[in-house]
Design a protein around this ligand. Structure first.
Ligand code: F6R
Length: 608
């Protein structure tokens, strides 16, 4: 959601902080701010809007700042405004940037107000600054006052804090919201994501929940919640892939859509043997651990949830194993199925989605034995909380709308399917067929990406409409949902997905000549039925665009037909999502919306 970056060095940190914010901006982009020191003075500059708006407010004179913290915000408490942007301060002495939500801030605020503290913002964060300042006024030093304040906080937080009277120190704290320390030669940094620090270092320490870091130029000392020194290893990460270069594309979303063939190749590389998956790709002991599994529970949100819904079909059809898929935000509200033979799979691009993470923690408490995460970010919270991890290897996804994360999740879920088929002794023949088709998938997607003209002309059909319907059956219904999600989030056109057979139970009332309908037409046993559903729409003058592996057939209606390459039925849905991603993208371009940073949204949703 929001982004944090801080640094302490002999060189000027201000450009590093601003570049860090630009690199984090996809996480939150309604306001931004920076506090930086020049000698004994700390300047605070904030702006509503984008990092560029903040940059434009920086003084023109040459600045040399050796210590600072900065933030890009996605509003939770208080509207986007300069007043609510971070850093939040107490008496121009304590400066705080914060990701997450302080759940007990109302209580703390009342107590602080009863001691005469005046609040200037509507944020939950401001309490942190005042608490520290108040403890210092009562005689504590910066370190102890901050530790005491942190012990009073409930909720999720990543914090970076500076004190006007402590020029050599930044304090960082983490609880349920990521924070990393970036190490340099005689300089140290802190950030919510290594993306922010990729230009300055490739050495990182990943803080854990409850830890507090005391960061100076020369060293960083991290302690656990008991006050003991934390044993955190410095990890070298190849930061080359953490680029914010558009590489000739107009938007990250466009770039990431076109990266999909390559991303899938990286997901399967080294994991797929000639006839099936390699052993041990999920980590040592996984195959033994899932030998007796009779039940699979998937938990995920948004686009990642849709990939889980496709695995549900695969599981029932190819494994005969019951699979249930829940939204991260809903999982805990239904009594979970308690069986010792359940495999819990979380799926997430970021690995930090709070709803998914809290579901995993909840599930672990109920004693579910095996947990696996399919995730794009190594060292993320989900990876660290799970018994087993399969990284999707999609590379950083910057566009807020998830695209390459989705197809690589599906490629990895297919690897899971193949592995479970082997462990559960399904016929080698069936495994080989799927293995071959999976290997060919990048080639088919590449071909699908080349048909941009047809996607552009479909976008012309959509961009002036206020609503659109997406239809699919079976395996294709989750794809219809993904198509509707893409269209609504980046073009702001209201879009809904329905199982095609449900139309006649209500939504058919919406159909008239102004309602575009996108129907996914498979080459499987559902073909006849979906043809009838399309006729039902056409008879009411709805404009239907069809997408599927069949050639022009009687299903083609006046909206046109988009023929995609044909592969095994179980994998064809992965190809069919590509036209929908590009149709949404071109529709958004025609509407002139902000494709990479759609309104009200943020990448990596770290609040529940
Ligand atoms: C949609 C989108 C979101 C995410 C969801 C889960 O394009 O990006 O719906 O899919 O917030 O995020 P992750 O996958 O990071 O857990």
């Amino acid at each position: 959601m929001c982004g944090i970056v801080g640094g302490i060095s002999d060189r000027n940190v201000l450009p590093i902080l601003i570049e860090g914010l630009k690199r984090l901006e996809y996480r939150g982009y309604d306001s931004a701010g920076v506090a930086f020191r020049e000698n004994s003075k700390i300047s605070l500059i904030k702006a509503k809007g984008r990092v560029l708006d903040l940059e434009n407010k920086l003084p023109e004179k040459k600045i040399k700042s050796n210590q600072g913290i900065a933030h890009t915000r996605w509003a939770t408490h208080g509207v986007p405004s300069e007043k609510n942007a971070h850093p939040q301060i107490s008496e121009n002495k304590i400066f705080v940037v914060h990701n997450g939500i302080i759940e007990n801030h109302m209580n703390l605020k009342e107590k602080l107000q009863s001691e005469g503290v005046k609040f200037r913002s509507d944020t939950d964060t401001e309490v942190v600054a005042h608490l520290i300042n108040l403890h210092m006024q009562k005689g504590m030093d910066f370190d102890s006052a901050t530790l005491k304040a942190i012990s009073q906080l409930k909720g999720a937080y990543a914090l970076a804090i500076i004190d006007k009277d402590n020029p050599d120190l930044i304090i960082g704290a983490r609880n349920q919201s990521p924070l990393v320390i970036g190490e340099g030669y005689d300089e140290n940094f802190v950030a919510s994501d290594i993306m922010a620090l990729a230009p300055v270092t490739n050495k990182f320490k990943f803080m854990e929940d409850g830890q507090v870091a005391f960061i100076t130029k020369e060293k960083n000392h991290v302690i656990t919640s008991n006050g003991n020194a934390a044993k955190l290893k410095t990890q070298e990460i190849d930061s080359n892939s953490y680029t914010n270069d558009l590489g000739g594309f107009n938007h990250f979303m466009e770039k990431e859509i076109f990266e999909q063939p390559d991303a899938i190749s990286k997901s399967i590389e080294g994991r797929l043997g000639k006839n099936e998956t390699q052993e041990g790709i999920f980590g040592s002991g996984f195959e033994e651990a899932v030998k007796d599994v009779t039940n699979i529970q998937i938990v995920a949100c948004g686009t990642s949830y849709h990939s889980g819904r496709i695995f549900e079909y695969w599981s029932h059809k190819f494994l005969g194993i019951n699979c249930r898929v829940d939204y991260g935000s809903e999982y805990q509200y239904q009594e979970p199925i308690k069986t010792k033979k359940t495999l819990l799979v979380t799926i997430s691009q970021s690995g930090e989605t709070a709803d998914t993470l809290s579901s995993l923690k909840f599930a672990k408490k109920t004693g579910l034995p095996v947990t696996l995460t399919i995730c794009n970010v190594a060292n993320s919270s989900l990876c660290r909380e799970s018994d087993y991890t399969l990284l999707t290897n999609a590379g950083p996804e910057i566009g807020v709308a998830s695209t390459k994360a989705f197809v690589t999740q599906l490629a990895c879920l297919n690897l899971l399917l193949l592995t479970l088929m082997r462990v559960h002794n399904q016929t080698p023949n069936a495994r080989k067929k799927i293995t071959d088709a999976l290997r060919d998938l990048p080639k088919h997607i590449d071909k699908t990406l080349k048909m941009t003209d047809v996607y552009k002309s479909t976008a012309k059909l959509l961009f002036k409409r206020s609503s659109a319907l997406f239809l699919g059956r079976g395996l294709y219904f989750p794809i219809a949902r993904e198509g509707a999600l893409k269209l609504k989030e980046i073009s702001y056109i209201h879009a809904e997905a329905y199982p095609a057979g449900e139309l006649k139970h209500g939504p058919l009332a919406l159909i008239d000549r102004d309602m575009p309908v996108i129907a996914l037409v498979p080459d499987n046993e559902h073909l006849d039925k979906i043809q009838s559903n399309i006729q039902e729409v056409a008879a009411r003058k709805g404009k239907v665009v069809t997408i599927g592996p069949l050639g022009k057939t009687k299903i083609t209606k006046d909206g046109g037909h988009i023929k995609i390459p044909k592969t095994l039925d179980l994998l064809n849905p992965i190809i069919s999502v590509v036209p929908m991603q590009l149709i949404s993208y071109y529709t958004a371009l025609l509407k002139g919306t902000d494709v990479d940073k759609p309104r009200n949204l943020a990448k990596s949703v770290t609040v529940e």
